[in-house]
Design a protein around this ligand. Structure first.
Ligand SMILES: Cc1cc2nc3c(=O)[nH]c(=O)nc-3n(C[C@H](O)[C@H](O)[C@H](O)COP(=O)(O)OP(=O)(O)OC[C@H]3O[C@@H](n4cnc5c(N)ncnc54)[C@H](O)[C@@H]3O)c2cc1C
Length: 303
């Protein structure tokens, strides 16, 4: 119920405009967002690197409505890739295709993506294409396949809550495309996605086993203790070395588990968002956990 409310608020333009321009925003978002600028993202990247944690830098933004906004997002992310190259870190960038103009057509999106992939390939890093709602699944996967064929340095994201994902995992494994597996953060109808959380969790475990067995450098993106323990045990059973796969978590969530994975010699990458367009990302994090709403309410009262 609360999840549905926050996911529907995440698409509300008026509230988004009000929240993102509020001078108090930094106080609300600092737990989940590194800051407004690339410098903030890079600073968090440095702090994490000192603790042995890798980063996926995410310049926040989605569903742009003009070609100028899409081109600007592309320039911002090229700058992030260049900064990763200059800093010599092993960070990747995470992007959303609707930030690159997917709503304006595949060609606009592809035109804006190319410079990012060219720079990423040149410095030897990877572009992780986040998965958005089911309105975009098919076109996102088509773009992943095209970028894989042209540049190679892509990681796809698949969502365990979708019925179709088992087939997508098999197809991308066959092509050697690295996959980040997550549960899925959007509101989807019951004819496309498992409505019950227990079924989503069960499907995640099944797909995660397939990825650990047959995948190319898979990323297990979850904070769910059950899933983390299962992944560790299964990787041990397969005698996989930790370089063959990685765990991924969101900046600011489950910090004790983050440390535990690093201490156990596992590879961990944190998804580190930065930028001014934080509202939809932030609302999806609130939707995932009612306790976050209490945390926000306390902050609002304190301010
Ligand atoms: C690195 C990464 C990348 C992602 N990329 C995408 C993507 O491209 N597309 C997409 O649809 N989704 C993406 N997600 C979000 C994902 O789909 C889930 O919505 C989210 O991760 C919550 O699922 P969970 O596996 O952590 O399990 P859950 O069962 O939701 O949570 C397990 C436990 O983790 C903790 N937890 C989880 N979420 C939060 C939170 N927001 N605040 C505080 N504690 C929390 C709680 O203790 C909770 O009990 C990504 C997640 C990660 C970690």
């Amino acid at each position: 119920m609360l999840r549905r409310l926050f996911l529907s608020l995440s698409r509300n333009r008026t509230l988004r405009n009000f929240m993102e321009t509020s001078p108090r925003a930094a106080g609300w978002t600092s737990r989940f967002v590194a800051g407004n600028t690339l410098r903030d993202g890079l600073q968090v990247n440095r702090q994490l690197a000192e603790r042995g944690i890798l980063t996926a830098l995410d310049h926040l933004g989605e569903n742009v409505s003009t070609e100028a906004e899409a081109a600007a997002a592309s320039r911002e992310i090229v700058a992030a890739v260049d900064a990763i190259g200059e800093a010599g870190t092993r960070a990747t960038v995470a992007i959303k295709l609707t930030q690159f103009g997917l709503d304006l057509g595949d060609e606009v999106c592809r035109r804006n993506l190319r410079p990012v992939f060219e720079r990423a390939r040149a410095i030897g890093t990877r572009v992780e294409i986040d998965m958005e709602s089911t309105a975009y699944t098919e076109r996102t996967l088509a773009m992943v396949r095209a970028m894989h064929a042209e540049f190679g340095c892509v990681r796809a994201v698949l969502q365990a809550y979708l019925y179709r994902t088992e087939t997508d995992v098999a197809e991308l494994n066959e092509m050697g495309v690295p996959i980040r597996l997550c549960k899925g953060a959007y509101q989807e109808p019951a004819d496309l996605a498992f409505p019950r959380k227990s079924d989503v969790d069960g499907n995640f475990i099944k797909l995660m086993e397939t990825l650990l067995r047959d995948g190319t450098e898979p990323a297990i993106a979850s904070h769910d203790e059950k899933i983390l323990l299962h992944a560790l045990a299964y990787a041990r059973e397969l005698k996989l070395s930790p370089e063959r796969y990685e765990f991924q978590m969101l900046y600011g969530i489950r910090r004790q588990w983050q440390q535990r994975l690093v201490d156990e010699g596992q590879r961990l990458r944190l998804y580190v968002p930065y930028g001014e367009a934080w509202y939809p990302y932030f609302m999806r994090r609130l939707a995932e956990r009612p306790a976050n709403v209490i945390f926000l309410a306390t902050n609002l009262l304190e301010n």
